[in-house]
Structure formats: structure tokens, C-alpha cells
Design a protein around this ligand. Structure first.
Ligand code: DC
Length: 227
């Protein structure tokens, strides 16, 4: 079975996909991590991000591996652990540019479909229900108010507790600006834009806890599994 979870940054996709995968014993496929890895590797190799053919060659040749370890899922790029580096604001700023290149998307699409072959998967991203797995058994499109999404992103970056009010305000404002810029780029790119599939179920998570949303999706998935 394939469960597709799409939506903009900070809509709760990642946490929700993790909980669903644990609950059903499925494997999670984090497609955003793959685009982040391509962006990060290009930046560390000093590749000009405006040079589409050069960025595409990196994506074509890159070996991205998800390695489940006791602490968390690690991401390896040609054998190097990039788990932390791909979540920095520096990567946030460049990833939309890289992920808009058609050749990069084709390279990732091949890896994503290969990953799911013969497996039950919860896949999260922007184009899972529309492009990657158009025949997914269940498609969910998650949304949330942009300010709430920014707040969640900031809290994710401070796992030991929220910073003081002033820092929180500044970081939320900066993150909100970045999220809105990325939403705009992701939704308006020519290839595989951020969009809900016609048969996706839309869920707004703004006023709900993660557990409430997960329970709702579990009920939907159970109904599909029994159908
Ligand atoms: O979900 P995320 O924030 O980790 O995604 C990082 C970027 O990757 C996001 O700005 C858009 C891009 N992305 C994409 O274009 N297609 C996907 N299926 C997943 C992510």
C-alpha cells in the first residue's frame, strides 16, 4: 500500500508521515530530504546553482541512502552523513531553486519509484499524489496557516525548548518570509508544482493536534485497506 502525504513546508507532513509509518510498520520516504541533499551537495562542491546542467549531473550521479538508526533516520550522500546539514536555513534557502530543475526531478523520480518497489510506503512531499505515485491507495493534502507553519518550523529547530520571546518572534518572522517565498516557487514552477491531486483528501492542521490528524488519516487508511 502507498500512502501519499503532500503539502507545503511546515504543514506537519514529516511528523505525521513518521507516526503513520510507525503505526502501520511501513517505510517512510521523505522526498524533500532528497532534494535537500542534492542542494547541499551542490553547495559543498561549489557548484553554481544557476548552472542547471551542472546541478542536474550531480543529481544524476548522486547515491542517496536512507539509513534507519536508533536515534533517527539518517541520510547519506555518496556515503557521507548529511542528516544535520540538509536541515539548516542555508539549505532551506537554496532547495527550491534546485528542485525546480526538470532533470533533477527526473533523477529523483526514478529513485523514489525504485525505493517503493515491493514495499508498503508512506511517502511525503509536494508531488507524490500527482506525479510520483498517481495510483497511491490514499492521498492526503495537508495545509496549515502560514504563521503556524513557521512557528512549528522554529520549534523543530529548538528540540530542547522554545527560545525567549524576542528570539522566537524574530525567528518566526524570518522563517515565515522564507516559507512564503518557497511556497510561491514550489507552487508556480513548471514541472510537478505543489498541488493537491484531484482525488486527494484535504486536511487543514492549523487548529488540530498532530494526534488528531494522525487518527483521522489512520481511519481513512484502514477503510482503504479493507476495501
Ligand atoms: O518538505 P521539505 O521542506 O523538506 O522540502 C524541501 C524542498 O524540496 C521544498 O522547498 C520543495 C522541494 N520538494 C519538491 O519539490 N518535491 C517534493 N516531492 C518534495 C520536496
Amino acid at each position: 500500500m502507498i500512502i501519499a502525504i503532500d503539502g507545503p513546508a511546515g504543514s506537519g507532513k514529516s511528523t505525521i508521515a513518521d507516526l503513520l509509518a510507525d503505526r502501520f510498520g511501513y517505510t517512510k520516504l521523505d522526498t524533500g530530504a532528497m532534494y535537500r541533499t542534492v542542494a547541499h551537495v551542490c553547495a559543498t562542491r561549489g557548484i553554481d546553482l544557476d548552472d542547471e546542467p551542472a546541478v542536474t549531473s550531480v543529481a544524476d550521479a548522486l547515491d542517496i541512502v536512507f539509513d534507519r538508526r536508533p536515534d533517527r533516520m539518517h541520510v547519506l550522500a555518496d556515503g557521507t552523513d548529511v542528516t544535520t546539514e540538509i536541515r539548516t536555513p542555508a539549505t532551506d534557502r537554496i532547495v527550491s531553486k534546485v528542485s525546480a530543475y526538470p532533470g533533477v526531478r527526473t533523477a529523483m523520480l526514478g529513485c523514489q519509484r525504485a525505493f517503493a518497489t515491493g514495499r508498503d510506503v508512506v511517502a511525503e512531499g509536494r508531488d507524490i499524489g500527482t506525479v510520483v505515485f498517481p495510483d497511491a491507495d490514499l492521498k492526503v493534502f495537508l495545509t496549515a496557516d502560514p504563521r503556524e507553519r513557521a512557528r512549528r518550523r522554529v520549534l523543530q529547530r529548538h528540540p530542547d525548548g522554545a527560545p525567549d520571546d524576542k528570539t522566537m518572534k524574530r525567528e518566526v518572522a524570518e522563517t515565515l518570509a522564507d516559507l512564503e517565498r518557497r511556497d510561491e516557487l514550489d507552487a508556480h514552477r513548471a514541472v510537478a508544482p505543489l498541488r493537491a491531486a484531484d482525488d486527494a483528501i484535504r486536511i487543514d492542521s492549523t487548529a488540530h493536534t498532530i494526534d488528531e490528524i494522525v487518527d483521522q488519516i489512520i481511519s481513512l487508511a484502514n477503510a482503504r485497506r479493507q476495501a
